[in-house]
Design a protein around this ligand. Structure first.
Ligand code: ADP
Ligand code: MG
Length: 852
C-alpha cells in the first residue's frame, strides 16, 4: 500500500473567512458573565455617566442590561459601535501610553454581538430623540428606529454565549460561580468609581427584583466601601500609610536603597486592622487597583495576605489598595480583559508595600496616629487638621480645592480632635507635594485621584537631613524609613528625637508622665533656669542616683530652650508644684530626692562607709513607710451603700478598685448566716454572696467550654436565609457547631437555598429552632469569628449553673470559702450573677471605723 506524501495532506494556506474569525476570537474577549458585565459598566463610566444601572435576569443567563446617563452615541457612530477594533478612545499605539479610559481595544461590543443578541438604545446629548438599534451576530445594524429616551445609552445583551453551544451549556451549569465572581468584580467598580451611582439587581424567573449591590454616587472611596459592605466594615479599616522601603526589606528584595526611584509608586487605600476577629475568614473582600483600574496583581495580593498573617494568623484582611504609577511604567494591554497588568520595578512596589503594612500593623498603631496627626516634621504641634481623615488621593478634585482654601482656617473642634485621635490618617495632600505623580492618569479616573497629579512639584518642601538623605518634610511619619514613635518627643527632630526615645524608656521607671506633652508645656522659663542650676548641682554632687541622671543630661547643659527637660530636673519640679493627679510620681520623686540627701551626707562625713546595700535598705524602708502613709491618707475607695439603687455605683467602684488578682489575696473572716462569706483585703471588709458568686463562675465555665449535643433532623430543613446571612453562617460554621447546630451546604443551589439545617441542639427541657440561628447570625454579623451563644442557650446555662452551685444554707469551711473567692478572680465579670444579683459588696473600711 502506498502512503501518500505529506504534501498531499497539506492544503493551501488561505485566510479564514471574516465571520468565523470574529466568532472564534470573540469568545476570548468576553470569557464569562463577569467580563460581559465589566465591559458594559466600563463603557458607561467611560461615557461619563453618573448613574449606571445593571439589570440581570436569571443571573445574567437570560439578560444583561446596562443603562447609563452618559454622553450617548452620535448617529454617525452607530455603525462603528459594534465593529471589531472600532473605538472612539485611541487612534494608534502611541495613544495607549496615555489612555485615560477603561476601554481602548474596540472589541467588547463587537464580541458581545458575536456571542449574543444585542440591542442598543441611545440618545446622544445633541440628539432630539433616541434610537433603538438591533444588531446581528456580525455587528451589523438590522433595525434602527426612533425610540424615546433621555440622554444616555442602554446596552441589552440576551442569551449570552448561545452562539457557542458548548460554552453556553458550561455557562449555565456554572452560573452560580460566574455570578459570584461577577458580583465581586462589580463591587470593585463600585468602590473605585467615586461620583458614580452604580446599582445592580437580579430577577429570577418572574420573581421580584433582588438588589445585588449599589452605591450612592459618593465622592469618597471610603463611603463607597460603606455603601457596598456596610459601616461595620468601614469601622474595621485603617487607611494605608505609605513608607519608603526599609533597608532590611530592600535587602530581602535585592534592591539597592541608594538607587531606588523615589516617585514611582503612590499607594492609597484601606486595610483591615490586624486585631483578631477584625479580619475576614476568606479573601473575599480584597480589591486591587492600578491607576484606578480593577485588576488581579497576584504577587501584590499574596504579599498583603502574608504580611497580615504575621499579625493575625487566622484571618484575611479586607483590602482596597490603589497603586498609582506613571502610566509609562505600566502595561495594561496584556490580556483582553486587562486584569493582568505588567509593572516596572515590581520588586520595589512589593518592598514599599511590605514596609508600609508592617509599619501599620506593627507596634502601637495608636501612638502612630498621635504622632502623625499632631506633630509635624519640625517637631511642632500642628494646629490645623484636615476635615477628613481619608487619604487625600481618594478625594475628588472639587473637595480638594475646597480643602486647599479652607484648610488653614479650620478650627480644632472637639469633634475633630476626637476624629483625629480615633482615625489614622495620611497627611493632607496640600502638604504633600512630593508624592510620586503618575503624570497621565486615566481620563475618567484622575478625577478620583486627581490629587496625585497635583502640580506643586517645584515648591517641594524637601530638605536634606544630616546624613545627606532627602527628608520629606511633608511626611513626618517617615524619617530614614522608620516610623517615629510617640516616645520620640515632639521637642526634637532628627538625632535628638532618638535621644528623646531613649530618655523616654529610661524615665518610664520613674513615671510615665515625664514624656507627656502636658507636663512639659506647663513649665516656664524660670523653672527651666532653676532646673539647670539644680542639674549642675547634681553633677557636682555625683551621688549614685544623680550620676545616672547626669549621664543623660549632658546634652541639656548646652541645650536650647526647646530641648527636652530631662528627668532629674523634673523630679525637682514636681516637688515644687505637685498636682493632685500626680501623687504617685510625687511619692517616688520625693523618695528619690530623699535618697540623695543621705548620700550626700555620707560622702561628706564617712565616705567609705557608703554601701549600696545600706542605701537599698533605706529605700525599701522608705517605700514601706510611704505605703503606710499612703494607706492612711488614702481617699475612701468605697462609698456606695448596699442598696439596690446603688448597684451600679457599687459595681463601678469595685471594678475600679479590685483587680482580678486581688481576690486571691483576700483573707477569709468567716461565714455569715450560712449564705455569705465575709472577707478582708487590707483594711476593707467585703461580703460575698456564696451562691451568686459560685453560680457566676459555673455559668462562665459552661459558656466557654460546653459543646452542645445536637440532634439530627429527620429531613434537612431549608432556612431561606438572605445571601448575606447565608455567607455569615457559612463563614462561622464552627461557632454554630459548638452550639449544637449543623448544616449541609450546597454551593450550587440558588442563593437563599444554599444552607439546610440538619441538626439542632438538644437538652431535656429546652427546644431550639431557626430563630436561634437568626439570632446567632445577627451577633456574628457584628463580630464575625467571635464565640457567642444564642440568648436561650445562655438562659439554659444560667439555670444549669444555678442548680450546680453552692446553695444558701450550706455551711462552708474556710477552704471551701477560699476556693469560691479565688474563683471570683477567674471570672470575666465577677460583679453579678447570671441573673443579675450582686455577688460582692463592700461593707466597711476598718481604718475609718477606728478613726471615728
Ligand atoms: P472600547 O470601549 O474598547 O472603545 P467597545 O466595543 O467597548 O470598545 O465600545 C466601542 C465604542 O462604542 C466605544 O469606543 C464608545 O465610543 C462607544 N460606546 C460603547 N458603549 C457606550 C456607552 N455606554 N455610551 C456611549 N458610548 C459608548
Ligand atoms: Mg469598552
Amino acid at each position: 500500500m502506498e502512503i501518500a506524501p505529506r504534501a498531499e495532506f497539506a492544503k493551501a494556506i488561505k485566510p479564514i473567512d471574516r465571520r468565523s474569525v470574529h466568532q472564534i476570537c470573540s469568545g476570548q474577549v468576553v470569557l464569562n458573565l463577569c467580563t460581559a458585565v465589566k465591559e458594559l459598566v466600563e463603557n458607561s463610566i467611560d461615557a461619563g455617566a453618573t448613574t449606571v444601572e445593571v439589570k440581570l435576569k436569571d443571573y445574567g443567563t437570560d439578560l444583561i442590561e446596562v443603562s447609563d446617563n452618559g454622553c450617548g452615541v452620535e448617529e454617525e457612530n452607530f455603525a462603528g459601535l459594534t465593529l471589531k477594533h472600532h473605538t472612539s478612545k485611541i487612534q494608534d499605539f502611541s495613544d495607549l501610553i496615555n489612555v485615560e479610559t477603561f476601554g481602548f481595544r474596540g472589541e467588547a461590543l463587537s464580541s458581545l454581538c458575536a456571542l449574543s443578541d444585542v440591542s442598543i438604545f441611545t440618545c446622544h446629548m445633541s440628539a432630539k430623540v433616541g434610537t433603538r438599534l438591533v444588531f446581528d451576530h456580525s455587528g451589523k445594524i438590522t433595525l434602527k428606529v426612533p425610540y424615546p429616551r433621555q440622554q444616555g445609552t442602554t446596552v441589552s445583551v440576551q442569551q449570552l454565549f448561545h452562539t457557542l453551544p458548548v460554552r453556553h451549556k458550561e455557562f449555565q451549569r456554572n452560573i452560580k460561580k460566574e455570578y459570584a465572581k461577577m458580583v465581586q468584580v462589580l463591587q470593585a467598580y463600585c468602590i473605585i468609581s467615586t461620583g458614580v451611582r452604580i446599582t445592580c439587581t437580579n430577577q429570577v424567573g418572574q420573581g421580584k427584583k433582588q438588589p445585588v449591590v449599589c452605591t450612592n454616587g459618593n465622592s469618597k472611596v471610603k463611603e463607597n466601601i460603606g455603601a457596598v459592605f456596610g459601616q461595620k466594615q468601614v469601622q474595621s479599616l485603617i487607611p494605608f500609610v505609605q513608607l519608603p522601603p526599609s533597608d532590611d526589606i530592600c535587602e530581602e528584595y535585592g534592591l539597592n536603597p541608594a538607587d531606588i526611584p523615589t516617585r514611582l509608586y503612590t499607594i492609597t487605600g484601606f486595610v483591615s486592622r490586624c486585631d483578631h476577629g477584625i479580619g475576614r475568614s476568606t479573601t473575599d473582600r480584597q480589591f486591587f487597583f492600578i491607576n484606578q483600574r480593577p485588576c488581579d496583581p497576584t504577587k501584590v495580593s499574596k504579599l498583603v495576605n502574608e504580611v497580615y498573617h504575621m499579625y493575625n494568623r487566622h484571618q484575611y484582611p479586607f483590602v482596597v489598595l490603589n497603586i498609582c504609577a506613571d502610566s509609562d511604567s505600566v502595561d495594561i494591554n496584556v490580556t483582553p480583559d486587562k486584569r493582568q497588568i505588567l509593572l516596572q520595578e515590581e520588586k520595589l512596589l512589593l518592598a514599599i508595600l511590605k514596609t508600609s503594612l508592617m509599619g501599620m500593623f506593627g507596634s502601637d498603631v495608636n501612638k502612630m496616629v498621635l504622632n502623625q496627626k499632631l506633630i509635624d516634621a519640625e517637631g511642632n504641634f500642628k494646629t490645623t487638621f484636615r476635615n477628613d481623615a481619608e487619604s487625600p488621593p481618594l478625594e475628588t478634585r472639587d473637595s480638594l480645592s475646597q480643602n486647599r482654601s479652607g484648610n488653614a482656617k479650620i478650627a480644632v473642634t472637639a469633634a475633630r480632635l476626637r476624629e483625629t485621635f480615633s482615625l489614622y490618617a495620611v497627611k493632607k495632600s496640600t502638604e504633600n507635594p512630593n508624592l510620586p505623580s503618575p503624570s497621565h492618569g486615566q481620563r475618567k479616573l484622575p478625577t478620583f485621584f486627581s490629587v496625585l497629579n497635583s502640580p506643586d512639584k517645584e515648591t517641594g518642601s524637601e530638605k536634606v537631613d544630616r546624613s545627606g538623605k532627602v527628608v520629606d518634610l511633608s511626611r513626618p511619619d517617615v524619617i530614614d524609613g522608620k516610623v517615629k514613635k510617640l516616645a520620640e518627643s515632639p521637642y526634637s527632630g532628627g538625632d535628638s528625637a532618638l535621644a528623646g526615645s531613649e530618655m523616654g524608656s529610661r524615665s518610664l521607671a520613674i513615671g510615665n508622665h515625664f514624656n507627656s506633652e502636658s507636663s512639659s508645656s506647663s513649665f516656664g522659663e524660670e523653672s527651666r533656669l532653676h532646673d539647670e542650676g539644680a542639674q549642675r548641682e547634681g553633677l557636682e554632687r555625683n551621688g549614685p542616683i544623680s550620676r545616672a541622671e547626669c549621664g543623660t543630661d549632658q546634652r541639656d547643659r548646652s541645650g536650647s530652650p526647646q530641648q527636652i527637660p530631662r528627668y532629674s530636673p523634673k523630679v525637682k519640679r514636681l516637688k515644687i508644684s505637685p498636682s493632685p493627679l500626680e501623687t504617685k510620681d510625687i511619692q517616688m520623686s520625693e523618695l528619690l530626692s530623699q535618697c540623695d540627701i543621705p548620700v550626700e551626707m555620707a560622702r561628706r562625713t564617712v565616705p567609705l562607709e557608703f554601701s549600696l546595700n545600706v542605701l537599698r535598705d533605706r529605700v525599701k524602708k522608705l517605700i514601706v513607710q510611704q505605703e503606710k502613709k499612703a494607706e492612711v491618707l488614702h481617699y475612701r475607695k468605697f462609698r456606695a451603700k448596699i442598696n439596690p439603687g446603688e448597684n451600679k455605683t457599687a459595681e463601678d467602684e469595685l471594678r475600679k478598685e479590685i483587680s482580678k488578682e486581688m481576690f486571691a489575696k483576700m483573707e477569709i473572716i468567716g461565714q455569715f448566716n450560712l449564705g455569705f462569706i465575709v472577707a478582708k483585703l487590707n483594711s476593707d471588709l467585703f461580703i460575698i454572696d456564696q451562691h451568686a458568686s459560685d453560680e457566676k463562675y459555673n455559668f462562665e465555665q459552661l459558656q466557654e467550654h460546653t459543646v452542645l449535643q445536637g440532634q439530627r433532623l429527620i429531613s434537612p430543613q431549608n432556612l431561606n436565609l438572605t445571601a448575606v446571612n447565608e455567607s455569615i453562617l457559612i463563614e462561622n460554621m464552627e461557632i454554630f457547631r459548638k452550639n449544637g447546630f449543623d448544616f449541609v451546604i450546597d454551593e450550587d443551589a440558588p442563593v437563599t437555598q444554599r444552607v439546610k439545617l440538619i441538626s439542632l441542639p438538644m437538652s431535656k427541657n429546652w427546644t431550639f429552632g431557626p430563630q436561634d440561628i437568626e439570632e446567632l447570625i445577627f451577633m456574628l454579623s457584628d463580630s464575625p469569628g467571635v464565640m457567642c451563644r444564642p440568648s436561650r442557650v445562655r438562659q439554659m446555662f444560667a439555670s444549669r449553673a444555678c442548680r450546680k452551685s453552692v446553695m444558701v444554707g450550706t455551711a462552708l469551711n474556710a477552704k471551701e470559702m477560699k476556693k469560691l473567692i479565688v474563683h471570683m478572680g477567674e471570672i470575666e465579670h465577677p460583679w453579678n450573677c447570671p441573673h443579675g444579683r450582686p455577688t460582692i459588696r463592700h461593707i466597711a473600711n476598718l481604718d475609718l471605723i477606728s478613726q471615728e
